[in-house]
Design a protein around this ligand. Structure first.
Ligand code: SF4
Length: 361
């Protein structure tokens, strides 16, 4: 059973509040060149349509930092500037965005962090301290790969986050979020568990550099799923070597599977076997494409459990828990509603019938 959500401090990011009792929010990051405003804004718009609620962009030079002002004007979700190495970029970006993400391992000395804090205080915007296991300050003292246990890695990650927090808090800065990410599930889970036992600061979850679509989604689902199951996490990102829109879809699927968020329908379909005489994969793909490309239909389908099953032997039984769906046969299928067999529908009419039903409610 999913544990009660750990109550963190609420923090405002633009028009959105995260942490506390607020919904677990879905974030992503653009993979465009931030200075290419047209491409970046276009990608953010498609991410907004996909349900992304907070968007982060990489700020690699002062030009990109200045251009954030233009991007901010053209988008509808909170904009986050991701800064590495150069505190001056953070100070410029803080004039335009809704949140700054810095990595304490590479932003430099405490004096530099203090300058970033001052810039954020001026506009009342939060800072996310993003601790990644690959860029810890502690690693600078070590040649090659450290021989630390997962627990030791996690403790060091937490220590570096807490050290940074104390710098910010000494400056009376409280609008802080933290992420503790590794490409290793065990380290990520341990670090977040240790941190949440010590602090009420909201946590952004992610398995960093998780990998390609399949391996990255599995890794992220396992890592984030285990933490969310413990009631830990206020925002999430699924980092895949993929289109960010796919990352957003994957994030919602994790939250949906744990019943932490509703997002469109739940489409259940069988893996097919020798009994199946229909191309179920094609039907499911087409149905998803239709629903996810039509915002009205998407909204109407919200929370509905739709079953697409490959045969009438096991299909009707497996679809019993669905609101409605089809159990396929050769050229036709049985229409099922709340466990009852209602009628026969020609294979060519399946999609039309499902969409009609979604619209009817
Ligand atoms: S529902 Fe039918 S076709 Fe699908 S896996 Fe089960 S037995 Fe096979």
């Amino acid at each position: 059973m999913i544990k009660k959500r750990q109550r963190t401090r609420a923090v405002k990011i633009g028009g959105l509040t995260v942490g506390g009792a607020n919904l677990i929010r879905v974030q992503s990051m653009c993979n465009t060149d931030t200075a290419d405003i047209k491409a970046t804004v276009k990608q953010i718009h498609s991410l907004e349509n996909a349900g992304c609620e907070i968007i982060r962009v990489a700020v690699k030079d002062i030009e990109s930092a200045r251009l954030l002002a233009e991007i901010k004007k053209k988008i509808n979700i909170p904009l986050v500037a991701d800064i590495h190495f150069d505190w001056r970029l953070a100070v410029e970006a803080a004039k335009h965005v809704d949140k700054i993400r810095i990595n304490p391992g590479n932003i430099g000395c405490k004096e530099n962090v203090a300058k970033v804090v001052k810039a954020c205080q001026k506009r009342n915007i939060p800072i996310r301290i993003g601790v990644n296991s690959g860029s810890l300050k502690a690693l600078k003292k070590i040649k090659g790969r450290p021989k630390w246990s997962a627990h030791r890695w996690a403790e060091i990650m937490v220590k570096e986050a807490l050290d940074e927090i104390s710098v910010l808090e000494r400056m009376k800065f409280k609008d802080i979020l933290v992420s503790l990410k590794a490409d290793d599930i065990e380290r990520t889970i341990l670090a977040n568990k240790i941190f949440s036992s010590k602090s009420k600061i909201p946590l952004h979850l992610g398995i960093t550099e998780a990998g390609s679509f399949l391996s990255g989604t599995v890794k992220s689902s396992m890592g984030l799923g285990m933490l969310l199951n413990e009631g830990i996490g206020d925002t999430i990102r699924v980092s895949l070597t993929e289109d960010p829109v796919v990352q957003v879809r994957a994030a919602y699927e994790i939250l949906k599977a744990l019943k932490l968020r509703q997002f469109g329908p739940e489409i259940i379909s069988c893996p097919t076997c020798g009994r199946c005489q229909v191309n179920i994969a094609k039907v499911v793909k087409k149905l998803e494409e239709k629903i996810y490309s039509d915002s009205k239909l998407f909204k109407l389908a919200e929370g509905k459990k739709i079953a697409i099953m490959g045969c009438i032997v096991n299909g009707p039984g497996e679809a019993r828990d669905a609101d409605f769906g089809i159990a396929g046969g050769k050229g036709a299928g049985i229409w099922i509603e709340k466990g009852r067999r209602v009628k026969t529908v020609k294979e060519s009419q399946w999609l039309t019938e499902i969409i009609k039903k979604i619209k009817k409610g």
